[in-house]
Design a protein around this ligand. Structure first.
Ligand code: ZN
Ligand code: ZN
Ligand code: ZN
Ligand code: ZN
Ligand code: ZN
Length: 554
């Protein structure tokens, strides 16, 4: 099969459907996409409010709860206790499919009526302020994460303990201000590291112990700014640096490290131990193409967050923990099989199409908030035979209306564009968002009184929308700073989060050539190697291919 160039139905730009896209669509039996990969990602993310929390009342027990759904919204929201209870029946809202109306119109009606859980933090202990999280213990303001203990103010963490202000950190302990890491212990102010212990300001390092300010090093100890030191000298310098950190001179040290990094060579992508994979921030992946933030994943394409045995998935956001054959879905992991066009349906689902917030179910079409149900359409129960006869007719109907094969249209999102992570990756102004058919939520007046235990955020210039202006430091944080000899941060947790995210390259790839013109055995003159990189061509950094990078790193 050959590739085909099309114009995106949404942005009108050209995009290519590759032979493996055709193959995948054939395998899961769906039409090929009409949106370009970027617009598909943006549409999916516009359904995900990751970390904006509100206080509101549960629509059933009326108690005040923390929720990602703002009070006064059009949809029904139950606290988790109510949502998981037998005190209500989501099948009550079941509707007969109406062939005279578009499917999405019918789904939207159901979607507004059926209660969503206020937050998703399944099987968690003492972790009320966590969302899109599972199996957390004693965690606070932790998002998009699973199997963590005592991780606070962090984002996309897996199987980690006692971490603070981290993002994309896995199997790690006692890390702080670290961004993309695996198997790290006591690593601070670092990014893209693996198997490191006792490190400060490290970037793209593997297997380091006791190092400060290093870039691209492998299996070293007692190094400072990539130079070897004796153990005694190392600790002498480290003590001075630690004193500076303790004295709150973190910004100066960050700048010093940035200046050092600026002169270093960068690998075209942070991809380690992976076979035939493109994208960024990948470890142990095989045949993962255009994937970002993935590990232990195989045969995935256009995946954003694919991890822990994620297999044969395309166009997915946060689909991991034994998820297989998932297409156009967001937050559909944990033992998921054959899920299409679905949202936030975690835990043991199979054969779902156009579903939202369903769990432990199979053979559902267009359903909302069902648990342990089979053979339902628009929350109405059918027999297996009825279900199998009706679904193909609905698909035919949806093909005639141009709906089948598309993820939910953005106007069905229960969130405003600027509440969702779509805004993080595809930022729009209010005017642009409204013109493109997204909802927008105006900022509420922030009446914050600084004083007592409310500290002022030191965000410079005009505070952005996400700055909370004032912030509290929780006990667990204070204990951490004291134990790790760290100062209390000057920025509010939101400003810290966005500063961390700003270090990340875009979720986008450009085709470029290696910039190496050194004499390396594999090339004479300029290196001819080409690659897909998330460093845009106009960036200042020096970008090398894998071989040239390997030849240079020590
Ligand atoms: Zn597009
Ligand atoms: Zn309730
Ligand atoms: Zn702030
Ligand atoms: Zn090269
Ligand atoms: Zn070279």
């Amino acid at each position: 099969m050959e590739s085909e160039t099309r114009n995106c139905q949404n942005c009108k730009n050209q995009f290519t459907i590759e032979p493996d896209d055709f193959e995948f669509c054939k395998k899961v039996n769906v039409p090929t996409p009409t949106f370009c990969p970027d617009c598909r990602l943006q549409r999916r993310l516009s359904f995900r409010n990751e970390r904006i929390l509100y206080k509101r009342a549960c629509d059933l027990c009326k108690k005040e709860v923390i929720s990602v759904y703002h009070p006064g919204g059009e949809n029904t929201v139950y606290c988790q206790q109510c949502w998981y209870s037998d005190g209500w029946d989501p099948l009550e809202h079941g509707k007969e499919y109406d062939f005279s109306k578009p499917f999405f119109e019918q789904f939207q009606e159901l979607s507004k009526a059926v209660a969503r859980p206020s937050l998703i933090n399944s099987n968690s202990v003492n972790s009320e302020y966590t969302h899109l999280a599972a199996d957390s213990k004693d965690c606070y303001l932790l998002f998009e994460s699973s199997n963590n203990e005592r991780c606070n103010h962090s984002y996309w963490m897996q199987q980690s303990k006692d971490c603070l202000d981290c993002a994309f950190v896995n199997n790690s302990e006692l890390c702080y201000e670290t961004f993309v890491a695996w198997n790290c212990y006591k690593v601070f102010f670092s990014k893209e590291c693996r198997d490191c212990t006792d490190g400060y300001f490290l970037q793209d390092c593997v297997g380091l112990t006791n190092c400060y300010g290093c870039v691209g090093l492998r299996q070293k100890q007692y190094h400072i700014f990539n130079k070897p030191y004796s153990k005694e000298e190392y600790f002498k310098v480290l003590e001075e640096k630690k004193q500076q950190i303790k004295d709150g001179k973190v910004a100066e040290l960050v700048q010093e490290f940035k200046d050092f990094v600026a002169g270093q060579i960068n690998k075209y992508a942070s991809i380690q131990k992976s076979v035939n994979s493109t994208g960024n921030y990948l470890l142990n992946t095989k045949n993962c193409i255009s994937c970002f933030h993935g590990y232990e994943a195989e045969n995935c394409k256009y995946g954003y967050h694919v991890w822990r045995n994620s297999k044969d998935n395309m166009d997915v956001c946060t689909v991991g923990r034994d998820a297989e054959m998932v297409y156009e879905a967001t937050n559909c992991g944990v033992g998921a099989y054959n899920i299409k066009f679905s949202n936030q349906s975690w835990g043991g689902n199979s054969d779902l199409t156009y579903c939202d917030a369903c769990q432990g179910s199979s053979n559902l079409f267009g359903c909302v908030s069902l648990r342990s149900k089979n053979y339902c359409i628009l929350n109405k129960q059918y027999t297996k035979e009825e279900y199998e006869a009706l679904v193909p007719k609905i698909i035919e109907h949806m093909k005639s209306t141009g709906e089948y094969g598309e993820f939910f249209p953005t106007k069905l999102s229960l969130f405003s564009y600027n509440e969702t992570s779509a805004q993080d990756h595809f930022p729009l102004s209010k005017e642009q968002a409204l013109a493109q058919g997204f909802l927008w939520k105006d900022q509420e007046e922030k009446n914050v009184t600084i004083g007592g235990d409310i500290l002022a955020c030191a965000h410079e210039g005009k505070c952005t929308d996400h700055c909370t202006i004032g912030f509290k430091v929780i006990k667990a944080e204070l204990d951490f700073y004291e134990k790790m000899q760290l100062p209390i941060p000057k920025l509010c947790p939101n400003c810290r989060h966005y500063a961390r995210l700003a270090q990340r390259n875009p979720l986008k790839l450009w085709h470029r050539q290696c910039m190496c013109d050194k004499s390396h055995p594999q090339h004479a003159g300029k290196c001819p190697n080409e690659f897909e990189t998330s460093y845009a061509p106009d960036r200042k950094e020096i970008i090398y291919c894998e071989q040239c990078y390997q030849a240079e790193v020590v």
